[in-house]
Design a protein around this ligand. Structure first.
Ligand SMILES: Nc1ncnc2c1ncn2[C@@H]1O[C@H](COP(=O)(O)OP(=O)(O)OP(=O)(O)O)[C@@H](O)[C@H]1O
Ligand SMILES: [Mg+2]
Length: 478
């Protein structure tokens, strides 16, 4: 490789210093340029490996240029050192890589010809993207037209409450056109009345991503609308909240009908109470008096019993016993229909008497707790509470299997709370009267009419039941 028997190349230049300088400078520059090209090609091929479809060819071409650069570097050395063998082998390497590059390149020429020119390719890409964008936009337009068809009002609201989307349903429901609504703060525009503080609603929306409830809104012309509202939180790609979708359905008419129905059933219950009271009085004042008179007559006849034979005396005795039984039953029946002291002496007195009678008849030990000084309550509240105790005790007797029951009344500043508990088997799972179950079913109407009566007095009934017993909790505002 470094055979010193050859003459250095400088002799060919007759050691002309200018010629040598020129050769060294030009060869150095060419070598430098040749070296920088493969470095750039290698870096490009490594960094953009997905974008360059012919990476091996690219690398091979880089190697070929590297060899060319090396040839010029050796030429500089050979001016002083006769490294002709090194130069020969280096040329052999250059020839091999150039041949290899040619072998890989030539079969692919046809393929490269087919590759679109960059500008042409970019043009094609732009056209495709534009077409896709156009298709997406028309799809979006079709979808928002669909939203317009929806009868429900649909709005998209930003986090600070500004309306960003307002569909045809919203225009119809509230009377504001898109132009008037977009950009306005929704709850100012619609004068929303919330069922709970807006901050609480927002907190729930942020944690659960949805909120559902009833809202009162004002129509453009001022009339009130009640809507069933459903809110869903919108998030961006990183999960950050960006706003909400609010879908509202008009339930004004349904609410009005429900209110009328409640009024009606309340009035029906009052009429039923009046009827019961009338029947109880009728039974007490008329039928019971007639039977009492019958008893007196039988008493007179029994004074003449000596004149009767054995059969007559027996019939008389049986008739007297039957008359007494009738009077007892009539009294109980008329009391159950309407306890007379409820109106005259109040809930505490009526309940004590009723519970005593119930405990005696049913053999259920009832623990009754009423505050020593329970002032008189409004008549409808006292009736509702009395009927709740009556229905609950009857249920305990008929369904629970419990041998004990407890009744407790607590008077708070603004409400009265009545709880009735038993330690029986609990309300069956299948019963429509299960706590929070469907409200009305074939099982019976006791619990449901208790609820209705209490609701009419402005209160609520809650049921808690499991296999260890049942608790009925009645709360009425006073
Ligand atoms: N304390 C209780 N323990 C166990 N089950 C109960 C109790 N109270 C109610 N239930 C169950 O709930 C059902 C509904 O009670 P509800 O009072 O509404 O109707 P009912 O008592 O069956 O009939 P009605 O009261 O109309 O004469 C009952 O059929 C019973 O299965
Ligand atoms: Mg019942």
């Amino acid at each position: 490789m470094f055979d010193q028997s050859f003459m250095p190349h400088g002799y060919c230049f007759l050691w002309n210093s200018n010629l040598i300088r020129l050769t060294v400078i030009t060869d150095s520059l060419i070598a430098l340029a040749y070296y920088s090209i493969p470095v750039a090609l290698f870096l490009l091929a490594i960094k953009k490996k997905d974008a360059i479809p012919v990476r091996p060819l690219f690398m091979l071409f880089g190697l070929f240029i590297f060899f060319c650069g090396g040839g010029h570097a050796i030429d500089i050395v050979s001016i002083w050192k006769p490294v002709y063998w090194l130069k020969g082998w280096w040329n052999a390497g250059t020839a091999a890589t150039s041949l290899w590059t040619a072998i890989v390149l030539i079969p692919r020429v046809a393929e490269f010809v087919k590759l679109p020119a960059t500008a042409e390719h970019l043009q094609h890409l732009t056209a495709t993207l534009q077409e896709q964008q156009w298709r997406l936009q028309s799809d979006l337009r079709a979808r928002s037209a669909l939203l317009d068809l929806a009868h429900d009002s649909i709005m998209v609201i930003s986090l600070d409450g500004v309306i960003e989307f307002w569909n045809g349903g919203a225009e119809e429901l509230y009377g504001y056109g898109k132009g008037e609504a977009l950009g306005r703060v929704a709850h100012d525009l619609l004068r929303t009345r919330f069922p709970e503080p807006l901050s609480t609603i927002k907190k729930r929306l942020m944690t659960q991503s949805v909120w559902q409830g009833e809202l009162d809104h004002a129509h453009r012309d001022g009339h009130q609308i009640t809507v069933s509202s459903r809110w869903a939180l919108r998030r961006d790609g990183d999960g950050r909240p960006t706003g909400l979708l609010e879908i509202n359905r008009d339930i004004t008419e349904a609410k009005r009908a429900e209110q009328v129905l409640r009024e009606l059933s309340g009035r029906l219950l009052l009429a039923q109470d009046d009827e019961r009271r009338r029947l109880a009085r009728e039974l007490h004042d008329s039928t019971a008096q007639s039977i009492a008179a019958l008893g007196l007559n039988l008493e007179i006849v029994s004074g003449l019993a000596g004149k009767l034979d054995e059969t007559g005396r027996q019939a008389l005795a049986e008739s007297q016993a039957m008359a007494e039984e009738c009077i007892r039953e009539l009294r109980t029946f008329s009391y159950l229909l309407h306890p007379p002291m409820l109106r005259e002496r109040g809930l505490k007195c009526a309940l004590s008497t009723y519970v005593d009678g119930f405990a005696r008849r049913s053999n259920i030990a009832v623990d009754l707790h009423i505050p020593a000084r329970l002032d008189r309550l409004p008549e409808n509240v006292e009736t509702a509470l009395f009927r709740a105790v009556q229905e609950s005790l009857t249920n305990i007797h008929r369904h629970s299997g419990s041998s004990t029951a407890s009744i407790r009344i607590v008077r708070h500043a603004a409400r009265v709370v009545l709880t009735i508990r038993d330690h029986g088997r609990g309300i069956p799972r299948s019963s429509p009267s299960r706590p929070n179950g469907a409200s009305f079913g074939a099982a019976g109407v006791g619990i449901e009419s208790m609820r209705e009566r209490v609701r009419y007095a402005g209160g609520r009934v809650d049921l808690l039941s499991n296999e260890h017993g049942t608790m009925v909790k009645v709360q009425v505002p006073v």
